[in-house]
Design a protein around this ligand. Structure first.
Ligand code: DON
Length: 579
């Protein structure tokens, strides 16, 4: 008998024996905006919503919507604003991914503005003479810097799908950089915490620490006039104001002075790619997410396909049984990630095979309900023959039903820490997302192989997973998160919390999170997970580790009652604002 079939009666028996724990909101009056059963309430709005990790940036987005801009106009304004107000992740010196849903045409586009390796890069650049990977080279060095994609990505999005000019959407960011922003507790703490990496570069220290080397305190004003100048060049000259001329020359000089190999030509040749999103079906909803070179969408769909084989709603939210099934699924997906995922322009990524329902059934059949399979016994799956500490996410929905889900990053907090002299621009260390050497983990403990080896002009594999879940062909849930390797599982849990467990978007965001990434073989959980649940998981063989909070989701849910937003409560300073 097919093993899944063998287990099914058992699973159902367990589920039926459980007390009725069906989601509170399903029991509540469906027509009310705020359910009395809810243990957390989202922000409600009638016309539009922006959820981002920084209040001033969310406000900028809402202002643009109020001025008549669409979701793309607002998203681009938020992206430029975050480069000023959330400098550890918001950026113009990094890259990312944007999912845009255009209601009128009923189409969703994936904009890939991921950094590219400089053309002279090769698979050995991060190895020493013994062939060992040297972390510093891919993290705090000129070689760590990938060719930035954010400015090109934002310009393309605006030009093709927005209605406003670059000048209009950069204006708030320029003003905040020029006039200064009031330092929040979150910014003060993060700058103080990253002082070692940041202050090794004098150009960076001069901006983010005071002249005497001391830290900015809460309510101090942080001015970034050089960044204001760089942004003004973009406002005036478009992408040429960044990829050519003064800014480009300064970036290349800074990177080369720091030992890197980026050239002016690399900047000039940078390309944004519009891709077809990956699509999957989960319990009647359509999940639309980021394709490679992000691994996010593929593995979210792979995992949902597996989990759909089990009655998750009956088993309950964050019960040991549900977490066990999720964990066993995560391990197998991350094992596949290590083998099959890379830049699709360089490597034939088996997207169809990994996201097929047949493959999911095969995985589900290997999962025991009672005990774990150790990671050492899990290898990347055999596929059917196939077709030849910061990132930030924001979500925007407008009154026309357009939606943007955007995740972008410098990789680590403040990236490489290097500001190109005279530009105010922090440069990424995205090159660390390549596999410096097969089997050697990157900064997020992720291992990879040839598919993600360094090559000139290649994009490093990402976990960023901007996602839009559609219901009846319309955006229902717009979501995503930072968190390195945890992005994929965090986004998965938001989707499951809403679809399987009927939680509203605030409850879904607040719920305790778990994560397993195959290697290391440990189940990471947040401290709010029930201790009894942890004991039950340990009894099944899980090595449970309580560690720091995961993710910073910025989500919007749309239904007949209106637009509901929720910023993850895990990070101070985040805000969902509606109007
Ligand atoms: O692209 C990636 O997957 C990573 N560079 C993202 C880094 C990240 O999320 C850090 N944030 N917490």
């Amino acid at each position: 008998m097919h093993p899944t079939k063998k287990f099914r009666p058992l699973i159902l028996a367990i589920a039926m024996a459980l007390p009725l724990v069906s989601s509170p909101n399903l029991l509540a009056d469906e027509s009310s905006i705020f359910s009395q059963m809810a243990t957390a309430q989202p922000v409600w709005a009638k016309h539009g919503m922006v959820a981002s990790q920084e209040t001033l940036a969310s406000r900028t987005g809402i202002e643009i919507l109020k001025q008549g801009g669409n979701a793309v106009d607002a998203a681009v304004a938020v992206a430029f604003s975050l480069a000023v107000t959330l400098p550890r992740a918001g950026n113009i010196g990094g890259g990312g991914f944007m999912l845009v849903h255009i209601a009128k045409e009923n189409k969703t586009i994936a904009i890939d503005y991921r950094e590219m390796a400089p053309s002279k890069a090769n698979k050995d650049i991060f190895l020493d003479e013994n062939g060992d990977a040297v972390e510093k080279l891919s993290r705090e060095h000129g070689l760590a810097v990938g060719v930035p994609g954010t400015v090109m990505g934002m310009s393309l999005a605006l030009e093709k799908y927005g209605t406003m000019t670059l000048k209009q959407v950069t204006a708030p960011a320029i003003e905040m950089a020029q006039e200064g922003i009031s330092v929040t507790p979150d910014l003060a703490q993060s700058l103080a915490g990253l002082k070692r990496r940041m202050s090794q570069w004098p150009t960076t220290a001069a901006i983010f620490y005071k002249a005497d080397g001391s830290d900015y305190q809460v309510d101090d004003v942080l001015k970034q006039p050089e960044l204001a100048h760089s942004l003004s060049l973009i406002a005036q000259k478009g992408t040429k104001g960044f990829y050519e001329g003064e800014t480009a020359t300064k970036i290349v000089k800074a990177v080369q002075d720091a030992g890197g190999i980026m050239t002016l030509d690399d900047l000039k040749q940078y390309k944004v790619v519009e891709r077809k999103p990956v699509r999957g079906e989960y319990r009647g909803y359509e999940v639309v997410s980021m394709p490679p070179p992000s691994s996010g969408g593929v593995h979210i769909i792979e995992m949902l396909n597996v989990l759909q084989q089990f009655p998750i709603d009956k088993l309950g939210q964050n019960t040991a049984q549900t977490i066990h099934l999720m964990t066993e699924t995560m391990k197998r997906a991350y094992a596949d990630r290590s083998e099959y995922l890379g830049d699709p322009d360089f490597y034939n990524v088996p997207v169809k095979a990994l996201t097929s329902k047949d493959y999911a059934q095969k995985i589900a059949s290997q999962i025991s309900m009672d005990k774990i399979t150790p990671s050492t016994d899990i290898k990347p799956g055999k596929l059917a023959p196939y077709e030849s500490d910061q990132t930030t996410h924001f979500s925007v929905v407008d009154k026309w039903g357009n939606a943007v889900s955007n995740t972008y990053t410098l990789n680590f907090s403040y990236g490489s820490g290097l500001v190109a002299k005279g530009t105010g621009i922090l440069l990424n260390n995205e090159m660390d997302d390549f596999s410096a050497k097969a089997g050697v983990p990157n900064g997020y403990g992720l291992v990879g192989g040839d598919a993600n080896a360094v090559e000139g002009n290649k994009r490093p594999l990402s976990s960023m997973s901007p996602t839009i879940v559609m219901k009846d062909g319309k955006p229902f849930l717009v979501t995503g998160s930072p968190g390195g390797s945890r992005i994929i599982t965090t986004t998965l849990q938001i989707i499951m919390n809403v679809i399987d467990h009927g939680l509203n978007i605030a409850e879904a965001s607040n719920a305790a999170r778990i994560h397993h990434q195959w290697l290391p073989d440990e189940l990471r959980v947040e401290s709010s997970l029930n201790r009894d649940t942890i004991s039950l998981l340990e009894a099944k063989g899980h090595k449970v580790k309580v560690q720091s909070a995961m993710g910073s989701t910025q989500s919007i849910m749309v239904n007949e009652q209106g637009i509901f937003g929720s910023s993850d409560p895990r990070h101070a300073g985040s805000e969902a604002i509606g109007y």
